[in-house]
Design a protein around this ligand. Structure first.
Ligand SMILES: *Cc1c(COP(=O)(O)O)cnc(C)c1O
Length: 428
């Protein structure tokens, strides 16, 4: 291995970012809803075929807007997975509602649609799905359940821009959907997000909530002659400079998507033999899902082996983090939410998952990551064999030494016992 450090993530300029930021400075419009914000709205609406996109300063903000628009309050329940980022739950907890966690599917790590109905109570108001790793939840089944029980569907599509389910873009299934342009996502502006309003009846109120509870958007369109405080709301607009940066990323979306898939495929092909030997499990993509190569994860056989692999990669200069600590097991999760059932798949898989570096320009670095993973299993295997065969190999070494000394050869130094490796716990 070389001494080069391989970061888990690195933000990249895709094209005209700096030029567009210069243009936004020249226009002297740095606050929200300038020319570049409008161009980002148009790009998203065209790309998704959605009636209204609204840029926000984060996906967290878009989820908070979705919670406000859904009118949930104390006593109301929102069904979601526990295997997700804190913002999915926080958005509703801020309104006084209770997240109810449902277990995930072992193949996609998305909410298990077969368990949703059992978690519905008279207080359930919405189902908030999360498309983990940009792979779609079963939106047919979830849409049918929501319709049957009169529940709103909200998509936390933070990781899912450019993904689709049965050919339809993710972010267009919920009444409301939230995207993220945080620097760890596929298309970025450092911090950034968007709320997609698919239910036309919610558009006017969404504009008001985003503009501090005022009807300023209508005023700017000349629909009212002054603007005033008409509803609850907050400040959710990003600066037009950030939209300028993001537009340049949008314009290169296809190329960036292809590069990401190329990297994802390098991992997927190179790790197939380890999966065949039962040493790890690779991501599984259902046939009806078009994913966006957002992240590449592997599942180790045990939590101990996962931790050992992370530590081994770290000593090779490779950052490979695990992912969510399930929300139901976190201190705030225990205080503000409840679990529907055992969540045993969530608990099991979250402890065995790690993510591999994935960013534009990683290139040959992906091969280095693969080698380090292969090396871990080679040395882990050797360690296990060394422990099991310790006595036998000592006897063999003594025998070999005796044969050599008998033939007059100079004795080599005794074979070293396996070194105390920094690889962490061996497989259980
Ligand atoms: C990244 C992410 C978020 C938060 O996005 P921000 O833009 O950083 O607020 C929310 N949910 C999921 C599933 C995410 O991956």
């Amino acid at each position: 291995m070389s001494d080069m450090t391989i970061d888990f993530n690195r933000p990249t300029l895709a094209g005209n970012e700096l030029e567009y930021i210069r243009q936004s400075l020249e226009r002297a419009h740095l606050s929200g809803d300038g020319v570049f914000t409008k161009r980002c709205h148009a790009w998203l609406e065209r790309r998704l075929g959605a009636p209204q996109a609204l840029m926000t300063h984060s996906c967290t903000a878009a989820l908070e807007m979705a919670a406000l628009l859904t009118d949930v309050g104390p006593g109301d329940e929102v069904i979601m997975p526990s295997f997700t980022f804190v913002s999915t739950a926080n958005a509703f907890v801020l309104r006084g509602a209770t997240p109810v966690f449902v277990d995930i599917r072992p193949d996609t790590l998305n909410i298990d649609e077969r368990l949703i109905e059992a978690a519905i109570t008279p207080r359930t108001r919405a189902i908030c799905v999360v498309h983990y790793a940009g792979v779609a939840c079963d939106m047919d089944a979830i849409g049918a359940i929501a319709a049957r029980h009169g529940l709103a569907v909200i998509e936390d599509a933070a990781q899912a821009l450019m993904s689709a389910y049965r050919g339809r873009p993710l972010g267009t299934f919920g009444a409301l959907s939230a995207f993220s342009f945080h620097e760890t996502k596929n298309l970025i502006s450092g911090e950034g997000g968007a709320l997609i309003v698919n239910d036309p009846a919610l558009i006017t109120r969404a504009e008001i909530i985003r503009e501090k509870g005022t009807n300023r958007a209508r005023f700017l369109r000349g629909e009212v002659n002054k603007y005033t405080w008409v509803d609850v709301g907050s400040s959710y607009l990003p600066s037009d400079m950030l939209a300028a940066f993001l537009l340049a990323q949008f314009e290169n979306a296809e190329r960036l998507d292809e590069e990401r898939h190329a990297l994802w495929n390098v991992y997927h092909e190179a790790l197939a033999p380890l999966e065949e030997r039962g040493l790890l499990r690779r991501p599984q993509i259902p046939a009806e899902c078009r994913h966006n190569a957002h992240l590449y994860y592997v599942l180790a056989r045990t939590a101990g082996e996962r931790n050992g692999l992370i530590a081994h990669l770290r000593t090779s200069g490779i950052q490979a983090p695990f992912h969510y600590v399930p929300l139901h097991s976190a201190p705030a999760g225990r205080r503000y939410s409840r679990a529907a059932g055992e969540l045993s798949v969530t608990t099991d898989l979250s402890a065995r998952l790690l993510r591999l570096p994935m960013w534009y320009g990683l290139g040959a670095g992906a091969g280095q990551v693969v080698e380090a993973v292969q090396d871990f299993f080679r040395t882990a295997h050797a360690r296990a064999a060394a422990t099991a065969g310790h006595v036998a190999s000592k006897a063999l070494a003594r025998h070999r030494a005796w044969v050599r000394s008998a033939s007059g050869e100079v004795l080599p130094a005794p074979p070293a016992t396996p070194p105390a490796t920094p690889h962490g716990a061996p497989p259980a």
